[in-house]
Write a protein that binds this ligand. Structure first.
Ligand SMILES: N[C@@H](CCC(=O)N[C@@H](CS)C(=O)NCC(=O)O)C(=O)O
Length: 231
């Protein structure tokens, strides 16, 4: 059984989609990051950076429970465990790893900062907004070029690299990111959106997403004194 600690953000949704794709049995444990549940000592035991998602596999590789944090590592773990969406052949596997790393190091951080300065910064600051919007658009160009030469990010097959990137592109598009100007990227998004497991995965905890603006309490937890209290 996979014990899944999550919340309906792009980093959580990657894992929801992967679990739905693989059919592994899992139990959802919501971690309400706006309420500060990521700082609970039990959660920090399995996720020392106080971020979701994290998993506990009650039947780890040696039969004993294992916990994993960082969504890219979780995708690789689940891919390895099931033999799905993470090819064994070294050349293909390393192509997948590169695109997963690209998601973790570029797509997530740059799109995330764009979203932060657009939605959460108290002052609307032109420089960071321009910087991260430019980076996000540049990154879309990188993906679009790649998807002009291959059906999926790592080649002919749908892999954890696509699963890692897709929810970030959905969130970017919903946040008025100009995805429409990238034909290959748009085609790829449509193909992934049409997969039944994507639809199921994106629905996990969807009803718990915050409606409306962030409160002062949530701001302190996510970006203020509660976030930066020494633990
Ligand atoms: N690199 C991490 C990033 C995870 C992450 O940023 N999670 C955010 C929500 S998307 C979170 O838990 N934030 C709570 C906090 O920062 O206190 C991963 O991919 O797993």
């Amino acid at each position: 059984m996979i014990e899944l600690y999550t919340w309906p953000t792009p980093n959580g949704q990657k894992i929801h989609i992967m679990l739905e794709e693989t059919g592994l049995p899992y139990t959802v444990h919501p971690v309400n990051i706006g309420a500060g549940e990521q700082f609970a000592p039990d959660f920090l035991e399995i996720s020392p950076n106080n971020k979701m998602p994290a998993i506990v596999d009650t039947e780890g590789p040696d039969g004993a429970p294992i916990s994993i944090f960082e969504s890219g590592a979780i995708l690789m773990y689940l891919g390895e465990k099931t033999g799905r969406f993470f090819p064994q052949a070294p050349r293909q596997r390393w192509t997948v790893v590169q695109w997963v790393m690209f998601q973790m190091a570029s797509v997530g951080p740059m799109f995330g900062q764009r979203g932060h300065f657009r939605n959460y910064a108290k002052e609307k600051l032109a420089y960071p907004l321009e910087r991260y919007s430019n980076e996000a658009r540049r990154i879309c160009g990188v993906m679009d070029r790649r998807l002009g030469e291959a059906k999926f990010l790592a080649g002919d097959e749908y892999t954890i690299a696509d699963i890692a990137c897709y929810p970030w592109l959905v969130s970017y598009k919903n946040g008025e990111g100009p995805v429409g100007e990238f034909a290959n990227l748009s085609r790829w998004m449509d193909v992934i959106a049409a997969r039944p497991a994507t639809e199921r995965g994106m629905k996990v905890l969807a009803e718990r997403r915050r409606q409306g603006p962030i409160s002062e309490k949530e701001r302190a937890i996510l970006f203020g004194q509660e976030q930066y209290a020494r633990r």
